[in-house]
Ligand binder design. Structure first.
Ligand code: PLP
Length: 323
C-alpha cells in the first residue's frame, strides 16, 4: 500500500538500544512493554522529553546535551499534568549516563524519557492511574530535516491553545496536530509545517522553534504564544546575544513577516539549527541558507561535541574522562 507521502531520503534513527530504564531499573525492552489497556494508549495521557547525545570520535567521548534542563522541563510538564516524577533531575541525568554506558553507546543518540499513565483504567481522567517512567535510547544515523535548507508551508492546522492542551508541557497526545500538519506539508511538496496560534500568529514548526532575522535583529515568538519553551531556543538566544551584541526580540510575529524576513531558522534538539530557505513558495532572503544561520548552526554543533571551548555547561560527558 502506498500512502502518497514522500519518504524522507535517508533514515534518521537506527535500531533502538535494547536496555531501557523503567522506574529506575535497567531491563531489556522486551520487559518494558505496556498493556493494550494502558490509559496512555487511548488518551495520550503522559509527557516526554527528547535529549540528544553527541559522539566525539576524536575524544572518544559521548556528550549529553542539556540533560539537566530537559529533565527539569519534564518535571514542569509533570506538575502541569499532575503526575508524580519520583526522581530529581540530577538523578535522572545520572541514570541516563548509566544507561548509555550499559548499552555502550558510541554514536550520536537520542534519549526518550517517557512519563506516562500505564494503568489499565478506562475512564478519562488524570488522577488515580498508575504512571511509569521509562528512558530509552536510539542511535541517530541521519538528518531529522533537510539540513541544507527547509521549505516551509504554513499549515491549515493550528497550534493548540494553553487552555486546551498546554504546549509548554510536552504532552504525548498533543503531537497529533503537528503530525497532521507535517503530513499535509509533505504531501503538498514541502519539507516541514509551520503552525500558527489559534488567533493567527506564528507559533512554531512541528518539533522546532522558529527565529527570523529582520535587518540587525533576530525575532522569535514569545513563550505565551503556545510554543514549547525550547532548550535549543534558549541556546540560540544566548549565542545571538554573544555574537551580535543584540538580544533576540521575543514578540508576536505575523504570518506575512515570514515572507519578508532576511533570514529564518528552525531549532530543536532533533534538528539542531536548520536554515529555512522558502515559506509558502516564497524565497527567504535570496533563497539560500542565511549566513548568520550557518554560523549559529556550526557553533551549536561544535559546542554540542565540545569541539568549541564555549558553554561546556551545556554538555556533560558520559564516559570517565582521562586524567
Ligand atoms: C513542539 C516542539 N517545539 C519545539 C521543540 C524544540 O525544543 P528543544 O529545543 O527543547 O528540543 C520541540 C522538541 O522537543 C517540540 O516538540
Amino acid at each position: 500500500m502506498t500512502s502518497g507521502v514522500q519518504q524522507s531520503p535517508s533514515r534518521v534513527f537506527g535500531d533502538p538500544y535494547d536496555l531501557v530504564n523503567v522506574d529506575g531499573k535497567t531491563v531489556s525492552s522486551d520487559e518494558a512493554r505496556v498493556s493494550v489497556h494502558a490509559h496512555v494508549l487511548s488518551y495520550g495521557t503522559g509527557t516526554f522529553e527528547g535529549i540528544r547525545a553527541n559522539w566525539n570520535a576524536d575524544q572518544g567521548q559521548l556528550y549529553r546535551s542539556q540533560a539537566q534542563a530537559h529533565y527539569e522541563r519534564l518535571h514542569r510538564s509533570a506538575r502541569i499534568l499532575g503526575l508524580t516524577l519520583a526522581f530529581p533531575a540530577q538523578e535522572l541525568v545520572a541514570m541516563t549516563g548509566e544507561l548509555m554506558r550499559a548499552n555502550e553507546v558510541r554514536t550520536d543518540a537520542y534519549v526518550r524519557p517517557l512519563l506516562v499513565q500505564v494503568g489499565d483504567v478506562l475512564p478519562v481522567r488524570m488522577h488515580d492511574v498508575r504512571s511509569r517512567l521509562s528512558i530509552a535510547i536510539t542511535p541517530i544515523v541521519g538528518d531529522y530535516v533537510n539540513a541544507a535548507g527547509v521549505r516551509l508551508m504554513v499549515s491549515t492546522w493550528r497550534r493548540q491553545s494553553d487552555v486546551a492542551i498546554p504546549g509548554r508541557a510536552k504532552v504525548v497526545g498533543s503531537y497529533v496536530g503537528p503530525s497532521l500538519a507535517k503530513t499535509e506539508a509533505v504531501r503538498a511538496g514541502y519539507d516541514e509545517a509551520l503552525l500558527l496560534t489559534g488567533d493567527g500568529f506564528v507559533a512554531e514548526a512541528t518539533t522546532s522553534n522558529v527565529f527570523l532575522r529582520v535587518g540587525d535583529t533576530w525575532h522569535t515568538p514569545p513563550v505565551t504564544d503556545d510554543i514549547l519553551e525550547g532548550i535549543t531556543r534558549s541556546e540560540v538566544c544566548a549565542l545571538v546575544e554573544e555574537t551580535t551584541g543584540r538580544s533576540v526580540q521575543e514578540r508576536r510575529i505575523q504570518r506575512s513577516e515570514l515572507y519578508t524576513a532576511d533570514e529564518a531558522l528552525l531549532c530543536g534538539t532533533a534538528s539542531t539549527v536548520v536554515p529555512v530557505v522558502e515559506v509558502d513558495g516564497r524565497p527567504v532572503g535570496d533563497g539560500s541558507p542565511g549566513r548568520q544561520t550557518a554560523e549559529l548552526r556550526d557553533t551549536l554543533r561544535a559546542i554540542a561535541r565540545r569541539d568549541d571551548p564555549r558553554h561546556h555547561e551545556w554538555t556533560s560527558p558520559v564516559y570517565e574522562e582521562a586524567s
